[in-house]
Design a protein. Structure first.
Length: 455
């Protein structure tokens, strides 16, 4: 029986474990913080649950647009945080039970590589050397910290520390306008905080579709958020009753709290990677190929510690691919061109496949159509005024190669476009597929019809 040892119980680790047991392996997971890892316990699950609470607040306040009049929205943050932690713990327990039912052995502790076929597990009761035929490193990542803005868990915070706040921040300053910064800025503004978002770039969400980012920035502004573009935080310090954020321009912004959202660092420094020769890049991320192999035979890696595409869905896919490859099952290499991703702002931004930058790099080979949601009958019924559907296809064949949806629940609407990209469907095929009327998905078919005519 093949022995598999997995370091890390997040999406990359637990999904890999389930596949490995299905394929007949004996599996051990070593996890420090709890099954599900930071994705379940302190990142993806609680943060998206917080966003869901914020969406409910937004929907309640805007219900008057469709004739439903409500009283003022009041948020009890300590109650919200207690519920978020409970949901995260329940999800962790559910995954734990699934692993135990599958026969996975779980060790609470940390792991370190001794060789390509030996791992040292360190627990409260001591150390244990475990032999392995296959090792998977899935140790995740943590919030990046700046020496000029060290989080204290009270006023200067990273995103893991938000769920211990006893009350809603009066004025939240968010440093960093990437996905994490934008999501939390939008959430706290919706919950009732006065929010200032500091972006060092020309626009919020610099890695996203520029049309989509423009919609989000306008929505933020319309809802009362202060967005400072082309501004860089030099230092964050405690003040008598809050925080001071000093910009490189010399301007000082006062607030009650500051959230630092300036990227992530891989949890790879204590694994003894150099000791057995596992290659990393300059930032410490483990280098892997498209089937999750490192440069050391029998040692694989998955998830945020690889820096490939820091999404829970990609981590899970990397873990599943690693086990199928290691255990001799049929496997297809990771294809990032078909990965769908989502920014959980309100409205959401969902993308898959070709991007605007890709299209601009070769404009003669790709055609696109952007259709505003404001023309959609269902959107009008629901009071949706912002957002759009954008589709990309090959100019010669009409094959759908990408798409963007900016809408409430865009994370659900992107799936039919992802199916089209994955299966190389054409604009003609999408255009001739029935949709429900009225529905938001009708805009996807309508965009395909316009794209087909253009092709």
């Amino acid at each position: 029986m093949t022995k598999v040892v997995i370091l890390g119980g997040g999406p990359g680790g637990y999904e890999a474990a389930l596949v490995a047991t299905q394929l007949g392996a004996q599996v051990t997971i070593i996890e420090r913080d709890g099954i599900g890892g930071s994705a379940v316990l302190s990142d993806v699950v609680p943060s998206k649950a917080l966003v869901a609470v914020a969406e409910a607040a937004i929907d309640t306040r805007s219900a008057s647009l469709i004739g439903v009049h409500t009283s003022e929205v009041h948020i009890e943050l300590d109650d919200v945080n207690a519920r978020l932690k409970k949901w995260a713990a329940n999800q962790s327990r559910h995954i734990f039970d699934s692993l135990i039912a599958a026969g996975v052995h779980i060790i609470a502790g940390t792991g370190e590589l001794i060789s390509e076929n030996k791992v040292k597990a360190v627990t409260k009761s001591g150390e244990e050397i475990i032999e392995a035929d296959v090792i998977l490193l899935a140790t995740g990542a943590r919030p990046r910290e700046l020496s000029s803005a060290i989080p204290d868990g009270e006023r200067i915070l990273n995103w893991k520390q938000l769920y211990d706040l006893p009350s809603l921040p009066e004025k939240m300053i968010v440093v960093g306008s990437g996905v994490t910064g934008a999501e939390f800025a939008g959430a706290f503004q919706a919950l009732g905080s006065n929010v200032v978002l500091i972006s060092s770039r020309e626009q919020v969400l610099p890695g996203e579709d520029t049309d989509a980012a423009a919609v989000i920035e306008q929505v933020f502004s319309d809802r009362g958020m202060t967005v400072l573009n082309r501004a860089r935080a030099k230092e964050v310090r405690r003040s008598l009753n809050g925080v001071e954020v000093e910009l490189e321009s010399g301007e000082v912004i006062d607030g009650s709290h500051c959230l630092m959202a300036v990227g992530s660092l891989p949890n790879t420094e204590n694994l003894n990677l150099a000791g057995i020769g596992v290659a990393t890049n300059e930032a410490g991320f483990i280098q892997v190929d498209k089937v999750s192999r490192t440069n050391i035979r029998g040692v694989y890696a998955a998830g945020d510690c690889t820096g490939v595409f820091m999404l829970a869905s990609v981590a899970a896919m990397q873990g599943r691919i690693a086990m199928r490859h290691a255990l001799g099952d049929a496997v297809a290499p990771l294809n990032l061109e078909t990965v769908s991703s989502n920014v959980f702002t309100d409205p959401e931004i969902a993308t898959v496949g070709f991007s605007q930058k890709d299209a601009e790099a070769d404009p003669d080979s790709v055609r696109s159509v952007m259709l505003p949601l404001a023309t959609n009958a269902r959107a009008k019924m629901q009071g949706i005024t912002e957002g759009f559907v954008k589709l990309y296809c090959k100019a010669d064949s009409g094959i759908i190669v990408g798409g963007v949806v900016v809408s409430p629940k865009a994370s659900e609407l992107i799936f039919p476009i992802a199916i089209a990209v994955e299966n190389r469907l054409t604009a003609d095929q999408i255009a001739h597929t029935f949709t429900i009327y009225p529905s938001l998905t009708g805009s996807i078919a309508e965009a395909a019809r316009r794209l087909f005519q253009r092709v």
